[in-house]
Design a protein around this ligand. Structure first.
Ligand SMILES: [Zn+2]
Length: 283
């Protein structure tokens, strides 16, 4: 049965109810609506460049547009992510690719969420640029479990209080790199087609009385390989692989947790039961 957008929204509010955040749950929707093949617009004004600790060589293709007032927290979040091999390999993969330009920014507009957009593809459909924008309150707020089962599992009480903010922020950053990985493996022409057709689908859906059996909607769903809801869920669940890779390496290192905290371990186990073919991605 096709899940309708309204139902999904309602469900989201009911999950992780103590801290469910709609801002973060708009990650994919905004990514979709803003992912057009034009140069990225910086959400930070005026832009201030910050040299990267890992990407300061001549071959670096990272632009860090971090307002001075957010630099300290940015370095903390980024440093936390780069403590792991998973984080370092992700960072270097994009920063040292001479054919890829990655921009990282912080904006109060994103609040406790984050987004990746500003995509640019070349004529062959290869992704060549993207912008990750982190919210200025990235170290707080937990998304719903529907699209973010791993990030949601970091809910209050599941991590030592002295590190939970930084780990939460780094996990959200890892999630955005997960998006990048997924999108960079796709033919950009298909990704953009999905985005265009999802907008058309939703317009029809809201104008036809929410009838998912409308032949025009069925035709659109066939063309783009799913409904807007299922495509969004697929994109988000793939992005959660980024969070898993970071957490399974980082959490066992914490002083008081030789193993992954149980709720997080269970969330990861459930993820791989749901998507068994993705287990090799973590190796
Ligand atoms: Zn996302």
């Amino acid at each position: 049965m096709t899940k309708q957008p309204f139902d999904l929204l309602t469900t989201r509010r009911l999950n992780c109810a103590t801290a469910a955040l709609l801002l973060f749950s708009t990650c994919a929707a905004l990514t979709s609506s803003l992912s057009v093949p034009v140069a990225a617009k910086s959400p930070v004004s005026p832009p201030q460049l910050l040299r990267s600790s890992l990407g300061s060589s001549a071959s670096s293709s990272v632009r860090e547009l971090i307002p001075a007032k957010y630099r300290k927290r940015y370095q903390k979040w980024k440093g936390e992510y780069l403590r792991t091999e998973a984080g370092r390999s992700q960072w270097e993969r994009y920063v040292h690719d001479p054919h890829f330009i990655i921009t990282v920014a912080i904006s109060s507009e994103q609040g406790e969420g984050a987004i990746v957009d500003g995509f640019v593809w070349d004529e062959a459909g290869r992704l060549v640029a993207a912008t990750i924008t982190l919210g200025n309150k990235l170290d707080s707020g937990y998304p719903s479990s529907i699209n973010y089962p791993i990030t949601c599992s970091l809910a209050p009480g599941n991590l030592p209080p002295e590190v939970k903010g930084n780990i939460l922020a780094a996990t959200k950053l890892a999630h955005e790199f997960g998006h990048l990985n997924y999108i960079s493996k796709m033919d950009g022409r298909r990704y953009q087609l999905q985005n265009r057709l999802m907008v058309r689908y939703n317009e029809m859906f809201y104008s036809n009385g929410h009838n998912t059996h409308d032949p025009r909607l069925l035709e659109l769903a066939q063309q783009m390989g799913g409904t807007p809801v299922s495509i969004e869920q697929d994109r988000e669940s793939w992005a959660e692989v980024g969070a898993i890779l970071y957490l399974v390496e980082r959490l066992p290192e914490l002083n008081h947790h030789a193993r992954l905290p149980r709720p997080i371990r269970q969330a990861i186990q459930t993820y791989y039961l749901t998507y068994p073919d993705r287990a090799q991605t973590a190796n």
